[in-house]
Ligand binder design. Structure first.
Ligand code: PLP
Length: 493
């Protein structure tokens, strides 16, 4: 070996045996961590000592692997979002599975770029997973699909294809042109997730192109008002381009009438996109899939695997019906990512022609392994278990005179609040917000909140395979206990 060779550096460990021993220790710790998750608080505040670590300057020289791991174990591991906890029901946080911890270690070791143009096992795993997802969604096998970071990106991809489909000019070349052409209008309900507005703004359509149609009492889109909005736009020279159906609204889990929306889209020659971020996964439950019947007629579907399919973060998916201008919306192939007939770059397709990203992680392995290990029926059973738990919780609320159900439980989200004749109506929102914070601070339960017709709601979103009926009984007991304590405190003031 030449002297100059000896000076060359690498990021591989100096001592592989020491590295292996540490990795074994990490494996043991991680398994313990997962096994005992329910014994720890669902939320606990980060101590000052830990916060201090996160203000330290950039380390210009390194430390021992084990020392850094010890810091992680002390200051990071105990203070997660904790969506893996059995009593976590905030936002739409998915739980993940232990099987995917194995996948994660392999993904990290392989560190595949997953371009699709590479003729590798990672490409074929991803394509197979997309085929399985089409089967689960009752979607045609010639549909195209793409794994993305999550629901926000999955919706952006679907809505971008809708734009190309609707514009009768080269929108990619000229940009959106409302001077020379009719404004393209997208329609959805007022319950639509904020990522839809973001996507429409990013696509250059402008949020003025998004019509948010009022909802009925069950939080589904008002079909008559939708028809009226479409008719008004046509009269005013705009072009109705796309309807966005909600399959599981973020606040209440409402499912828009899919057959009716599909009929309107067909009649008006409009694109039908479904935001099924979590609700689309209802398809997996044999008992409840009828609730989302008709979703398969959408031109595009956006959904998350990291929410109700219990896949580790992050993983979303867009499926687009065959024949749609999916590739035409995104394809740009410079020579440096050209495909060859043979060798490394002879893969089946280039994923970058179907979305925004070029380099992508091999996230497909997580869902692929989880589906092979568990089988899709088990996922369907767990989705049904969560739906049944939501019904159970709803009954507990309805039976209790101190609780008020605030929205119909159509899927897996339950909204309610504490009520008492001694609390002034104007103060009920603040009262319930305080109650929610105390629930979090107790470390026992983590629901989140929603604002429904200006009413503050404690919102329980159940996408959790670790929750048990007992957890919901305890939630109600604690809400009543904390609510009564707060009442007493208020009476003394
Ligand atoms: C209905 C709906 N759409 C879109 C999103 C955004 O998905 P993500 O957080 O994966 O970007 C969410 C997130 O909760 C959602 O509930």
């Amino acid at each position: 070996m030449k002297d100059t060779d000896k000076k060359e550096k690498t990021l591989d460990p100096d001592d592989w045996d020491e590295f292996q021993a540490l990795l074994h220790r990490v494996c043991d710790d991680v398994v313990d961590y997962l096994k005992t998750v329910g014994d720890r608080p669902v939320w606990s505040e980060l101590p000052e000592d830990s916060k201090k670590l996160f203000t330290e300057d950039l380390p210009t020289s390194g430390s021992r692997y084990a020392d850094v791991y010890n810091e992680v174990k002390k200051h990071i591991l105990p203070y997660p979002t904790n969506n893996i906890h059995p009593r976590f029901w905030s936002w739409v946080g998915g739980t993940g599975t232990p099987s995917q911890v194995i996948a994660d270690m392999i993904i990290s070791a392989m560190n595949s770029g997953s371009l699709g143009l590479d003729e590798t096992a990672s490409t074929h795993v991803e394509l197979q997973l997309l085929d399985w997802l089409k089967t689960l969604m009752d979607y045609p096998s010639n549909a195209s699909g793409l794994l993305v970071s999550g629901g926000s990106m999955a919706n952006l991809v679907g809505l971008a294809v809708a734009r190309t489909h609707a514009a009768d000019y080269d929108v990619r070349k000229t940009g959106v042109d409302v001077q020379e052409n009719s404004r393209l209008i997208y329609y959805s309900s007022t319950e639509t997730h904020s990522c839809i507005r973001k996507a429409i703004e990013l696509l250059g359509l402008g949020s003025e192109s998004l019509r948010l149609v009022p909802v009925l009492d069950d939080y589904t889109i008002n079909i008559e008002l939708l028809k009226e909005a479409i008719s008004n736009d046509k009269k005013n020279g705009n072009q109705p381009a796309c309807i966005i159906a909600n399959v599981g609204t973020v606040n209440t889990g409402a499912i828009d009438p899919l057959m009716k929306l599909s009929e309107i889209a067909k009649k008006e020659n409009m694109w039908l996109h479904t935001d099924g971020a979590f609700g689309a996964i209802t398809k997996l439950s044999k008992e409840s899939k009828h609730l989302v019947e008709g979703m398969e007629f959408s031109d595009s579907i956006a959904f998350d695997l990291h929410k109700w399919m219990y896949i580790q973060y992050d993983c979303g998916c867009t499926l687009i019906r065959g024949g749609a201008p999916h590739k035409e919306t995104f394809s740009v192939i410079p020579p440096y990512i050209k495909k060859f007939e043979r060798g490394l770059a002879s893969g089946p397709l280039n994923f970058s022609e179907y979305g925004v990203q070029l380099s992508r992680s091999f996230k497909a392995l997580r869902a692929w392994m989880a589906l092979r290990i568990e089988g899709s029926d088990k996922f369907g059973d767990l989705v049904q278990q969560n739906i049944n738990q939501a019904k159970y919780l709803t009954n507990l609320i309805e039976e209790n005179q101190n609780l008020e159900l605030l929205s119909p439980t159509s899927l897996n989200i339950v909204n309610f609040r504490f009520v008492n004749e001694n609390i002034d109506n104007k103060r009920l929102n603040d009262f319930n917000a305080e109650l929610l914070m105390r629930l979090h601070e107790s470390g026992d339960h983590a629901p989140s909140s929603a604002l429904l017709n200006s009413i503050f709601s404690i919102r329980v979103a159940i996408t959790n395979h670790r929750s048990r009926l007992q957890d919901f009984r305890e939630l109600i007991e604690d809400v009543i206990k904390i609510g009564n304590k707060l009442l007493n405190e208020n009476n003394k003031q």
